[in-house]
Design a protein around this ligand. Structure first.
Ligand SMILES: [Zn+2]
Length: 262
């Protein structure tokens, strides 16, 4: 694994001169540069901290990192359209039971109805998508489901066309069960919501993903974390995939990113 930093700021001349000494070129004003973690980054870090720049860390995993992991977080599949109705959070009322929902932290929505889409997806060669705003559900092409996913004992349910409420034949929503196993999150940041008292961890955006507790006997190929993660008014569960199923998705050239569990 290597960490890449994308660094943004509103640069002034003094900063530009200092950056040049480290071989970094930026334009005066708002600009960014990319730097791999290492000697140069470490020497520059005290300046970056002092200047309060925005520093986004992206972890890149090697094939070996990915292949060695028994389990991985699955994310960044094709982001296709929005849940309907897309105005004013209308899809939440339509799709979820919200009696347990907290508007402060976003925890507690329970799906009660099929998702509605504006139109049939333009699949091309793609097989899996997620909806914008919905981070912990996956939608798949029916034939891909029948060919591969059904064999992994993953269940699926229909998706409807918005307003007509007819089934869209080519799409299925995967039923992704929530594990009862706990992640080892002792050293990870969390908040307890002031409004509902529930716990939500910070998003894990770089580094390997923490493993599950040792006694965990979760053996499914696809499942969601028991814990919630998020920021602002949004909460989600992470989706985990087995090594075996990831390799299958790779074979079918499914667009996705993975974070290996350590
Ligand atoms: Zn809350």
């Amino acid at each position: 694994m290597k960490n890449i930093h994308k660094i943004f700021s509103d640069w002034n001349i003094t900063q530009i001169i200092i950056l040049e000494k480290f071989g970094v070129k930026v334009e005066e004003g708002y600009d960014s540069f990319i730097l791999e973690e290492g000697e140069v980054y470490n020497s520059l870090k005290p300046y970056l901290d002092k200047w309060h720049v925005r520093n986004d860390t992206i972890s890149q995993f090697s094939d070996q990192d990915l292949n060695n992991a028994d389990r991985l977080v699955l994310r960044d599949v094709w982001a296709n359209s929005y849940p309907m109705p897309d105005g004013d959070g209308g899809y939440k009322k339509l799709t979820y039971e919200d009696t347990d929902y907290c508007t402060e932290c976003g925890v507690g929505l329970l799906q009660k109805e099929p998702f509605r889409l504006k139109k049939e997806p333009n699949w091309g060669n793609k097989k899996i998508f997620s909806l914008n705003w919905i981070y912990d559900e996956l939608f798949v092409e029916r034939s891909f489901y029948e060919t591969l996913l059904k064999g992994y004992e993953i269940e699926a349910k229909p998706v409807l066309l918005y307003k007509k409420d007819t089934i869209i034949d080519s799409v299925l929503q995967l039923v992704i069960p929530i594990t009862s196993a706990s992640l080892q999150l002792d050293s990870y940041a969390f908040e307890v919501c002031k409004s509902c008292g529930r716990k939500r961890y910070a998003l894990i955006n770089h580094g390997f993903f923490p493993p599950f507790e040792e006694h965990s006997d979760e053996s499914r190929h696809l499942f969601k974390s028991n814990e919630y993660f998020g920021t602002g008014a949004n909460a989600r569960r992470y989706i985990f995939i087995s090594s075996e199923l990831r390799k299958q998705l790779e074979k079918f050239k499914v667009k996705a990113n993975y974070i290996p569990c350590s």
